[in-house]
Design a protein around this ligand. Sequence first.
Ligand SMILES: Cc1cc2nc3c(=O)[nH]c(=O)nc-3n(C[C@H](O)[C@H](O)[C@H](O)COP(=O)(O)O)c2cc1C
Length: 363
Amino acid sequence: MYNTFIRPLLFSIPADRAHELAVKSGVLISRSRMLLKLTNTIFTQENPSLRQTILGIDFHNPVGLAAGFDKNGVMVPLFQSLGFGFAEIGSITARASSGNPKPRSFRLPADRSLINRLGLNNEGVQAVSKRIKNIKNRDLSIPLGINIAKTHDPSIHGEAATRDYKTSFETLKEMADYITINISCPNTKEGKTFEEPDTLDALLRELFREKDTDLPPVFIKFSPDLTHERLGELVSVCENHEVSGYVACNTSNIREGLLTPADLLGEIGNGGLSGQAIKQRSTGIIRQLRQLTGGSKPIIGVGGVASGRDAIEKLRAGANLLQLYTALVYEGPGIANKINREVAGYLSEHGHHHIHEIIGTDI
Ligand SMILES: Cc1cc2nc3c(=O)[nH]c(=O)nc-3n(C[C@H](O)[C@H](O)[C@H](O)COP(=O)(O)O)c2cc1C
């Protein structure tokens, strides 16, 4: 149904418009108990072999929604009813931002990938925190991750950038089952990010300054473009603070090996690449993280997950949980349920009783 009717329709309009339509429909469904129940009946199946408790949080299955699809937390109940095991909203920033001018997202069908330069558009921490309080008061049974980033404004850098993160962190920490710090956004006018060891160290020192015992688990989200050496340095910094786990990875700036013609890529211009084109790079980072941490910290694997096979590859490389965004665009709303069924099928075919039996078995 999605492949035959809905995707061709959505792909006939610009990607930015298609996303707006998807959000509008998602909000409508999220407000209707009847529609949520119906979606839930179609898309949600429990499987004990996929259930895990990680950092004290109960995940019914490993497939989560990646940050960026529901930036303002307007349709979390929908993702629960679509069979996702958890949802990460955001990135949320201290100040509201309308992001970059459109067009700002582009499809690369030949690569089953996307390029986006949305520019961290979101309603800002005050508006989103009010909304999240309401969602949490409703019957949400999946864990809610909240992703925070620095306000999209190059004049905010250095210590001001750290304070900007801190504002969002302090406002949202009590509402989240976990918080993800998106550190791949620019922190200087030259475009340097928090993926520099000293800057990350200063940021984490500030965020963890209060020695708060009630903090939810904090994850750090890396870019897939980090060198082996830089990733090692950043993990060492994180291990000196109370970081609970890692999200690997964000979108990529590298354009190597794409099937999409170079002239089309030139027309599209800058932006973060996601989907199948970054799958291998992301799995490589997961494997390195697993080696660097010896499996002591949970890893959320994200980047090109679109099938049970992709999921198993990332789990075997060391991911404890998974997320996806681009596959929702190419495969449709049934994708989490499909992946869960395929992973559960793989486990039983190979004589495994539980998902943790395959995590990190291929490093
Ligand atoms: C249109 C779009 C917007 C995104 N916005 C965010 C964001 O605000 N914060 C963030 O941490 N990641 C963001 N991401 C990155 C995704 O969360 C994910 O890390 C990346 O797309 C790789 O996963 P995928 O291949 O399944 O899409 C965005 C991705 C896309 C495609």
